[in-house]
Design a protein around this ligand. Structure first.
Ligand code: GTP
Ligand code: MG
Length: 197
């Protein structure tokens, strides 16, 4: 599967895997997505708070909640398993009480924001320490693909191989190398003037 980033390649890949491989949505496997869901929520709230400062500076977060907002902005997203349980109540409070964040959402085409975060923010269970992601949570959680993933499956006596690659510009180089290699096998002895790389 080839496309630009966020075109849902990995979402389709996960759906295909769930159809042909039974290991995708076991409880153990779903638990491994908890930090990703938490990371989506934390980064999403940091993005909204920064966008509020940049786009609607005249409508600041209320002074009652401004300390919460600063704690979230300063949080280390690389240690989400530790910081998220501490910040869960702050995130919930801001989302419930700060109407300006809903206004920021209406301007989301001006910054990078994943729709799946909205459905996570409206939930209670995702904020709990022992939250277990559902099948839908696993499918909608967003993780930029790096490298190349592949799977095999058989359907109607035919064998298929599906490759999932990253769509970001720097990721495309990794898979293009493979495609050019495959395409040039029949004519490997022919020298070309055109150079792709
Ligand atoms: N609303 C909505 N969102 C979707 C749908 N399908 C996928 N998404 C969301 O769109 C995003 C797609 O992300 P990915 O599947 O990771 O996209 P990708 O093409 O693999 O991106 P890269 O790995 O960066 O190349 C995810 O956040 C999904 O939750 C859909 O049918 N409806
Ligand atoms: Mg992907």
């Amino acid at each position: 599967m080839l496309s630009g980033c966020e075109a849902s390649k990995s979402t389709i890949f996960k759906q295909l895997r769930s159809l042909f491989h039974k290991d995708v949505f076991t409880k153990e496997s779903r638990i491994s997505y908890k930090d990703l869901v938490w990371s989506n929520i934390l980064i999403g709230m940091q993005t909204l708070l920064q966008a509020q400062k940049d786009l609607l500076p005249l409508e600041p977060i209320s002074s009652k909640n401004s300390t919460y907002a600063q704690l979230i902005l300063d949080a280390d997203k690389l240690r989400v398993d530790r910081v998220f349980p501490i910040l869960a109540e702050c995130i919930k409070t801001l989302w419930k009480e700060e109407a300006v964040l809903k206004k920021v959402i209406l301007m989301k085409e001006k910054f990078q924001f994943h729709d799946c975060i909205l459905s996570f923010l409206d939930r209670e269970d995702v904020f709990e320490q022992h939250y277990v992601p559902t099948k839908e949570d696993v499918l909608s959680a967003r993780l930029k693909t790096t490298g190349i993933l592949w799977m095999d499956f058989a359907y109607q006596h035919k064998h298929f191989q599906v490759f999932d690659v990253g769509g970001q510009r720097n990721e495309r180089k990794k898979c293009l190398i493979h495609f050019v290699f495959c395409l040039t096998i029949p004519s490997h002895h022919v020298s070309h003037r055109d150079s792709y790389f």
